[in-house]
Design a protein around this ligand. Structure first.
Ligand code: LLP
Length: 425
């Protein structure tokens, strides 16, 4: 967790307004370097899944660490290229993974020679019709997986992702008739699993690829996806990347032996390198309470100016983020408090579970004007923010040791209105 005493939070809040995201550059670079070190060497490659946070600041850190990119939309491909990641598939620095080609995705893949990692059989036809002539990768649904909630479990019969493992044979034939060599096999079976689940699933995946490899003589890389766990709770255990490196090195040699030529192992974590490098800083506006009656128990609500438009994870998945009070409340005896935002929805609450129940948090009761900080907000925070109810997206500030830089200003009403038009069609 970020040590909040290191940052002049109140000064920054006055400069850029609240709520705002604060990114710590040193933590970001350290985590990116950890992923790079875990995947160093000729037989391994690390990608950054940029959906977790696609800020230029973060992309620069990934590029400087030597990581490649997992992009999932045409604009992510373009954004990665603007940040200096190379186009083309030799080597495939940017891989495009999707189950649907939307907007400019096909154009980006065909036009820039990006390696498409296809998750749905019909994409082979679409690629061919769009004039693509080149190698492809195939995303496999191996029939198992696990995420932090059902919506983040991306393997098994209820997952829309990838090609069901028993259909792979037929898809290989389709690829062959389209003239696309299959150079990569891929699976991403869940995001945010428990550490034990993650390790078990990764070992199991290597076995699945070992079986599949025989049918794909052109495969030169096998991608195990993202999903490296991040500890959101103070008492949570940090994942040991050293153990994962050992598994990957062993997998590279087993699969290379099975294939009869070198097969590299790739991974593409998104959450791991960025979750812990950011906090969302909000201002407390009020503290109020409801009373117990026949409908249920009463609660004390801390009303802050950040909402699920800024950080949707608690409202969407019941995700847990540690919370700190900065100001007069910090030294008070903790009491059970519900933290809620400014939106016109009862679900705009940061302290709730995945059953939509309120889970009051033990915090010192703040005074209006104190700051309230939501931790570990770097992954799927700003990236999933919206301008619901025309509240502009929050500003983003980067902290570099002793100085702050504004890296994204607050979204203005003019920004929001810029897309509106009146064009006869
Ligand atoms: N590769 C693919 C193909 C993916 O779909 C994802 C995440 C990743 C890699 C990166 O997974 P990670 O290392 O971050 O676990 N909004 C959710 C997470 C959705 C992840 C979607 N795909 C959340 O806030 O928890």
């Amino acid at each position: 967790m970020m040590d909040l005493t290191q940052y002049p939070l109140e000064t920054l809040a006055q400069q850029v307004g609240t709520p705002f995201y604060l990114y710590d550059g040193a933590i970001l670079r350290e985590r990116m370097a950890e992923v790079a070190a875990a995947t160093a060497g000729a037989s391994l490659h690390g990608r950054y899944a940029m959906k977790a946070n696609s800020s230029r600041y973060v992309l620069d850190a990934a590029r400087e660490a030597g990581l490649w990119i997992d992009a999932v939309s045409g604009n992510e491909v373009e954004r990665a290229m603007r940040a200096g990641f190379a186009a083309g598939h030799e080597p495939p620095v940017i891989m495009f993974t999707a189950d649907v080609f939307r907007d400019n995705a096909l154009d980006a893949v065909v036009g820039h020679g990006i390696l498409p990692n296809i998750g749905s059989p019909g994409m082979i036809r679409e690629l061919h019709e769009a004039g693509y002539r080149g190698p492809i990768a195939i995303r496999v649904n191996p029939g198992f997986g696990h995420g932090h909630v059902e919506a983040c479990d991306t393997g098994g019969p209820s997952s829309k992702h990838g090609i069901w493992y028993e259909e792979i044979e037929a898809v290989a034939a389709l690829a062959q008739s389209a003239g696309f060599p299959v150079v990569g096999l891929h699976a991403h079976v869940g995001t945010g699993p428990e550490i034990g689940e993650f390790d078990r699933n990764m070992s199991r995946l290597v076995g699945v690829f070992d079986d599949l490899l025989q049918r794909f003589p052109d495969v030169t890389s096998v991608n195990l996806g993202g999903g490296i766990p991040h500890p959101y709770r103070i008492e949570g255990e940090r994942y040991d990347l050293g153990g994962y490196r050992t598994l990957m090195l062993e997998a590279a040699s087993t699969l290379s032996e099975a294939a009869g030529h070198p097969v590299a192992i790739e991974i593409e974590p998104g959450r791991y390198p960025v979750a812990g490098m950011a906090v969302l800083v909000a201002r407390v506006h009020d503290v109020k309470e409801t009373r117990t009656n026949e409908k249920g128990p009463g609660h004390r609500f801390v009303m802050v100016d950040a909402g699920f438009n800024d950080l949707i994870r608690p409202a969407m998945y019941g995700s847990y983020h540690e919370i700190s009070i900065v100001g007069r409340g910090a030294s008070r005896t903790p009491e059970p408090l519900v933290v809620a935002g400014p939106l016109c929805e009862s679900g705009d609450v940061f302290t709730r579970d995945d059953q939509e129940l309120l889970v009051p948090r033990a915090l010192g009761r703040p005074e209006p004007g104190d700051l309230l900080v939501l931790h570990d907000a770097g992954a799927y925070g700003a990236a999933m923010s919206s301008n619901y109810v025309s509240m502009g997206r929050a500003a983003q500030v980067a902290w570099e040791g002793d100085r702050a830089t504004l890296i994204a200003r607050r979204e203005s009403l003019d920004d929001i209105l810029r897309m509106e038009c009146h064009e006869p069609l």
